[in-house]
Design a protein around this ligand. Structure first.
Ligand SMILES: Nc1ncnc2c1ncn2[C@@H]1O[C@H](COP(=O)(O)OP(=O)(O)OP(=O)(O)O)[C@@H](O)[C@H]1O
Length: 252
């Protein structure tokens, strides 16, 4: 998708630094801009700082230095701002069960927008729209714990979409999915009219969904470019402990 140059970027991370309370420095000055409508993969080996960075995007962690701006609004700990930032940044965590806790799918999807004050027909329309976007409309009255893992992941995506986020952040969206569910989710994600930042170790998934990728390693962005170029660079991948599946090659 082509970035919208008229509006502020969905995400603007400037020189973000973060040290955990034990003194471990996890981010050493990260810069990342994601224009509205783009899909970007965030790659990197275990311990690179990907989760730490994601937790800065909606103010769960507070940077030791630098700034994060979402759709032009700076992340801050001010209550009203933080509530708006959390609406704008929809994070889908790896385990859908962290996001589903109500008796029915529809109630789980309604939870966020109801907290924003939506009621009645407006709320119902929001729920229908989000469930339709992930192909789960027919399951609206089922119990989330009766669904398959792949279906629960889709519902978790719907809970976030129902907030009409500025940016959808997905943590390992393809993990634990069988090949058909993985492919179906890719189709769903590709069709969403939303800015997307996808954290993944699944390099073919990054290639399939994101024109652009960034590689984070030891708390620093070490590459930022076309996914095809990055994945075709075997030296770059090896330097940062990234591996394509056996037999999978990428040509520029
Ligand atoms: N609560 C914590 N206290 C101290 N250090 C931490 C804490 N959480 C993470 N770290 C350290 O910060 C660094 C970055 O961790 P992070 O979880 O952000 O990496 P990641 O790229 O998400 O890794 P993975 O791919 O394994 O999920 C690691 O060195 C990790 O050990």
């Amino acid at each position: 998708m082509i970035g919208d140059v008229q509006s502020p970027p969905s995400l603007d991370v400037r020189d973000v630094r973060y040290a955990y309370p034990d003194g471990h420095v996890a981010l050493h000055g990260v810069d990342l801009t994601v224009p509205r409508g783009d899909r970007v993969a965030l790659l990197g080996p275990n311990g690179a700082g990907k989760t730490t960075l994601v937790l800065h995007l909606n103010g769960i962690l507070v940077a030791t230095g630098g700034s994060v701006t979402v759709g032009g609004l700076p992340v801050s700990q001010d209550r009203a701002t933080l509530a708006e930032i959390r609406r704008r940044v929809g994070i889908v965590f790896q385990d859908p069960d962290d996001q589903l806790f109500l008796p029915t799918v529809a109630e789980d999807v309604a939870f966020g927008p109801a907290n924003l004050g939506l009621r009645g027909a407006e709320l119902a329309a929001r729920v229908d729209e989000a469930l339709a976007a992930v192909g789960m409309a027919e399951h609206r009255d089922r119990a989330p714990h009766h669904l398959s893992f792949g279906q629960r992941r889709r519902v978790a995506v719907a809970t976030v979409l129902a907030m009409r986020p500025e940016i959808l952040v997905l943590d390992e969206p393809s993990s634990n999915l069988d090949p058909a569910s993985r492919r179906e989710l890719a189709g769903i994600l590709r069709a969403l009219p939303v800015t997307l930042l996808m954290v993944t170790h699944d390099l073919p998934y990054a290639l399939e969904l994101c024109d652009r990728s960034v590689i984070l390693d030891q708390g620093r962005i070490v590459a930022d470019g076309a996914t095809t170029d990055l994945l075709a660079d075997s030296d770059l991948l090896a330097r940062h402990r990234l591996e394509l599946p056996y037999g999978f090659t990428v040509r520029r």
